[in-house]
Design a binder for this molecule. Structure first.
Ligand code: ADP
Ligand code: MG
Length: 700
C-alpha cells in the first residue's frame, strides 16, 4: 500500500472520536495507523474453547461459556447498586455481575436466549463473572470466528472509558479492510528463503488476527527476528564505524620489557583464559584503531596481571600507562601489587590520589612530563588537567560503573590520539545481554579461576541460629582469620537500616569483648577519612571483625579474611551478594559465606539464596539475575534504548537473537557498506530505522 496511508491519524477511523483519539495518544502513544498496527498483543486467548459451568476452576483465566440468563435482579449494597443475573447451562449455574451501567444493561439483557459470555470468573460461594463480554449465540455463529483473540496492552483509563480489547481489535480490522493492506518487504529475499520466513504482510496480519497457533508462531518468529536482526545490524555497523574512525597508536612491538617479565618474572603460571585475553588485547592494540575493550572476569580471576602485561606492551612501544580505581583504598592496593611486579623489570610506578601532598604531586607531574615515570596509578585525581603525560598510550579503568562519560572523555584527551582503553569489571554481564547491549564493544572474558583456588562454601542460616554462627566466628578468629559482617543499607529505609547496623554492632561487641577482640565499623555516614582509617586497621589485621554496610563491596583485598556474614541477605540483589562474597576466598584458607535471613522469604528471595548456595560462577549467577529481574532493571536505564524492544525479549528469545546476530554478521562480512543490489532492502530499511530511531516506526 501507499506508505503515506499508514501515517493517517487515528482520528480518521470510524468510532474514534476526538476524545478516544486523545486518550490513545496520551495513554499508549498511538498517533497514526502505523502506531496502531505496531501495538503488538501481549497474549492471545484461544476462543475455540468453551467451558461448561461444572468445569470452572478457581483461577482467573479468561473463559468462554454458552448458556442463558434465567433471572435478573438489582441488589442494594452499601456502596451503590449491583446488577446480578443468574446464568445457567446444562451442568450448573453462576452469576453475572455489573457494578455500573445497570439501566442500559438491564433493558437489553434477553431472558432465556442462548448467549456466549466471556471474561474472568471469581469464586465466592459459587462462581460469578463481573462485567462479562456477551454476544447472542445466534450472532456469535454468524460472525467470522477469530480463533486466537489478541489481548492488547492497555491502561486503566482506557478500559474505564470503553476502549476495550475488542474496540482496539475492531480498529485494527478496519485499517486492514479500508486499505487492502500489503506491506513492502523489509528483509532480503535470500534471508527469507533460507529461514523460511513468512512475508511481512502475512506477519503483520497474523500477529493481530492469527489464523491458527501455527500461523501465530510464524508471525512472531518473523517479527522478532526482524527486530533483533536490525538491532544487531545497528550495533555491528556502529562497531565497524568506530574501528575505522577513531585512530589510535599502534603498539607494533613486543619488546624486552614484556618478554623479560614473561620469561623470568611471572609470579605464577597464567591460566589459559588469561593467556587468551592477553593475546586479544595485544592484537587489538597492534592495529591502527583505538582499543576500547571491556575485560570481564569474576572476582579473583586475575585481571590485574592481565592489565599489567598490557601496560608492559605500552612501555615497550615508548608509551606510558595509567590505572584508575574508584576509591583510595583500591588505588593503593593496586599500587602495592603493581609496584611489586614493576620493580622486577625496573619500571617506575607512582600513586596519585586526592590526599597526595603538593610535594608528591610536583614530583609526579614532572616525571610524567619527562617520561621517566612509566606507570601512574590513582583515583579520579589522575583526570585533573594538571596531570600531563609525555606520551600516554594505555589507560586502564577498574570497575567501570563508577566512571561517567565525561570523565572518560577527559582521559581520552590526555594525548593527541586517545589512548587505548581497557575497562576491567568484576560484574559479569550475562552473555545473552552482552550480545544485545554491547554488540558494538569489544569484550574479553576471563572465565577460568587460577587453579589453586579453594571454592567458597556458602550456607544459608536463619536468624535464630545466630549464636551458633557467633561460635563459628570465634573458632575462625582463633585460627587467626578475619570476618566481615555486612548489613543492608537501602535508601528508602535508611534510618531503620542504620539502627539495625548499630544494634548489630552492639551485639557483636558484647559477644566479642575487648581486649581479646577488636571490632571495626564502617558505614556511609562516616567521614571518608574515618572510613579509610577503620578500613586500613582491618586490612592491617589490627581488628578481627569488620561490621559494615555495603561500602566494602568493591574490590577490597584482605586475603586473611575468610568469613563473610551477610545479614538480612534476602534484601540484597544477586549481583550484590556475589560481589560481597568475593571479598573472601582470597587467601589459601577455606572460606565461608553465610547468608542470614528471617523465616519469611519470597519466592524470588528463595531463588536468589539457593543460587548463591549452589554456585560460585558469576556468569551463571548473572543469568539467573537476568531471569529474575529482566534486562531493563538489571542494566539500569541508560541502556534501555537498545532494550526498548517491542516484540522480542532478549532472554526468552535468545535463540532468535543468536540467529539474527549470525545473519547480521554474515551479511556485513560480505557487504560492509550495504552496497550490493540484493541488500538494497536492508539498506533502505536501515536508513529508515536510523532516521526514526525505532524499528517499528517503519513497517512498510
Ligand atoms: P581480580 O580479577 O579480582 O582483580 P586479581 O587480579 O586481584 O583478581 O587476582 C587475585 C589473586 O589471584 C591475586 O592474588 C593474584 O596474584 C592471583 N593470581 C592471578 N592470576 C593467577 C594465576 N594464574 N595463578 C595463581 N594466582 C593468580
Ligand atoms: Mg581487581
Amino acid at each position: 500500500m501507499n506508505p503515506g496511508k499508514l501515517q493517517t491519524p487515528i482520528d480518521y477511523l470510524k468510532g474514534v472520536g476526538p476524545a478516544r483519539a486523545d486518550l490513545l495518544r496520551k495513554e499508549l502513544g498511538i498517533h497514526t495507523y502505523q502506531d496502531l498496527l505496531n501495538l503488538f498483543p501481549n497474549r492471545y486467548i484461544d476462543k475455540t474453547q468453551y467451558y461448561k459451568i461444572s468445569q470452572l476452576q478457581q483461577t482467573s483465566a479468561d473463559i468462554q461459556v454458552i448458556g442463558k440468563i434465567i433471572h435478573v435482579k438489582t441488589v442494594e449494597q452499601k456502596r451503590g447498586k449491583r446488577l446480578v443475573a443468574t446464568f445457567i447451562d446444562d451442568t450448573g449455574q453462576m452469576e453475572l455481575v455489573w457494578f455500573k451501567g445497570h439501566k442500559w444493561i438491564r433493558e437489553n439483557l434477553k431472558i432465556n436466549v442462548p448467549y456466549v459470555i466471556f471474561g474472568k470468573t471469581k469464586y465466592y460461594n459459587g462462581f460469578s463473572m463481573p462485567h462479562p463480554e456477551m454476544e447472542l449465540l445466534s450472532e456469535h455463529e454468524k460472525n467470522e470466528r477469530i480463533a486466537m483473540q489478541p489481548v492488547y496492552p492497555s491502561t486503566e483509563k482506557l478500559s474505564n472509558r470503553g476502549v476495550t480489547n475488542r474496540v482496539i481489535s475492531k480498529m485494527i480490522q478496519q485499517i486492514f479492510q479500508d486499505s487492502n493492506l500489503s506491506f513492502l518487504e523489509t528483509l532480503p529475499i535470500d534471508l527469507i528463503e533460507s529461514l523460511k520466513l513468512i512475508s511481512k504482510t502475512n506477519a503483520v496480519l497474523n500477529i493481530h488476527f492469527p489464523k491458527s497457533q501455527e500461523w501465530l508462531a510464524k508471525a512472531q518468529f518473523r517479527l522478532k527476528f526482524e527486530e533483533l536482526f536490525y538491532v544487531q545490524l545497528q550495533l555491528l555497523i556502529k562497531k565497524l564505524t568506530r574501528q575505522h574512525k577513531i585512530k589510535g597508536y599502534p603498539f607494533t612491538k613486543v619488546g624486552t620489557v614484556f618478554n623479560s617479565f614473561y620469561k623470568d618474572h611471572l609470579p605464577f603460571e597464567l591460566t589459559g583464559a588469561q593467556k587468551r585475553v592477553i593475546k586479544e588485547i595485544r592484537n587489538d592494540m597492534g592495529g591502527s584503531a583505538q582499543m576500547n575493550r571491556l575485560l570481564q572476569g569474576d572476582v579473583g580471576s586475575g585481571k590485574t596481571i592481565v592489565g599489567f602485561m598490557a601496560m608492559l606492551l605500552a612501555i615497550d612501544n615508548d608509551f606510558q600507562a595509567c590505572l584508575m580505581a574508584p576509591t583510595a583504598i583500591l588505588a593503593s592496593q593496586h599500587y602495592q601489587g603493581i609496584k611489586e611486579l614493576a620493580d622486577k623489570v625496573d619500571l617506575k610506578v607512582a600513586l596519585l590520589m586526592g590526599s597526595s601532598t603538593t610535594k608528591q604531586r610536583r614530583e609526579i607531574h614532572q616525571e610524567l612530563e619527562e617520561g621517566t615515570l612509566h606507570i601512574l596509578i590513582g583515583t579520579h585525581a589522575i583526570l585533573e588537567d594538571k596531570v600531563v603525560f609525555k606520551n600516554l598510550g594505555l589507560a586502564i579503568i577498574d570497575e567501570q560503573h563508577r566512571f561517567g562519560v565525561a570523565q572518560r572523555s577527559k582521559l581520552w584527551r590526555k594525548n593527541t590520539y586517545p589512548p587505548h582503553v581497557l575497562v576491567m569489571t568484576a560484574t559479569p554481564i550475562p552473555r545473552t545481554l552482552a550480545m544485545s547491549l554491547y554488540g558494538d564493544l569489544d569484550i574479553s572474558v576471563i572465565d577460568e579461576l587460577p587453579p589453586d583456588r579453594k571454592s567458597i562454601q556458602t550456607l544459608h542460616r536463619y536468624d535464630s541460629h545466630r549464636l551458633q554462627i557467633f561460635k563459628f566466628i570465634k573458632d575462625e578468629i582463633a585460627k587467626g582469620r578475619q570476618v566481615y559482617i555486612v548489613y543492608p543499607l537501602i535508601q528508602e529505609s535508611e534510618v531503620l537500616d542504620y539502627k539495625d547496623l548499630m544494634d548489630g554492632y552492639e551485639s557483636v561487641v558484647r559477644y566479642f569483648p575487648t581486649p581479646e577482640y577488636q571490632v571495626s565499623i564502617v558505614h556511609g555516614q562516616m567521614k571518608p577519612a574515618d572510613k579509610e582509617f577503620e578500613m586500613q586497621r582491618f586490612v592491617n589485621g589490627a581488628t578481627q571483625i569488620m561490621v559494615a554496610t555495603t561500602v566494602i563491596e568493591v574490590g577490597v583485598n584482605v586475603p586473611n579474611a575468610s568469613v563473610m556474614i551477610i545479614e538480612s541477605a534476602e534484601r540484597f540483589g544477586l549481583s550484590q551478594l556475589h560481589q560481597l562474597r568475593g571479598r573472601v576466598g582470597r587467601g589459601a584458607e577455606q572460606s565461608f559465606c553465610i547468608l542470614m535471613t528471617s523465616f519469611k522469604l519470597s519466592a524470588d528471595s528463595k531463588t536468589r539464596l539457593e543460587t548463591m548456595v549452589r554456585t560460585n560462577d558469576g556468569f551463571e549467577i548473572a543469568e539467573v539475575d537476568l531471569k529474575l529481574r529482566g534486562p531493563g532493571d538489571m542494566m539500569g536505564t541508560q541502556q534501555s534504548g537498545v532494550l526498548n524492544l517491542k516484540i522480542a525479549d532478549v532472554v526468552r528469545d535468545n535463540d532468535i537473537l543468536k540467529t539474527a546476530r549470525y545473519y547480521a554478521v554474515a551479511l556485513l562480512k560480505e557487504d560492509p557498506g550495504l552496497q550490493l543490489e540484493k541488500n538494497s532492502i536492508v539498506l533502505y530499511t536501515y536508513q529508515q530505522i536510523s532516521k526514526f530511531k525505532n524499528i517499528w516506526n517503519y513497517i512498510s
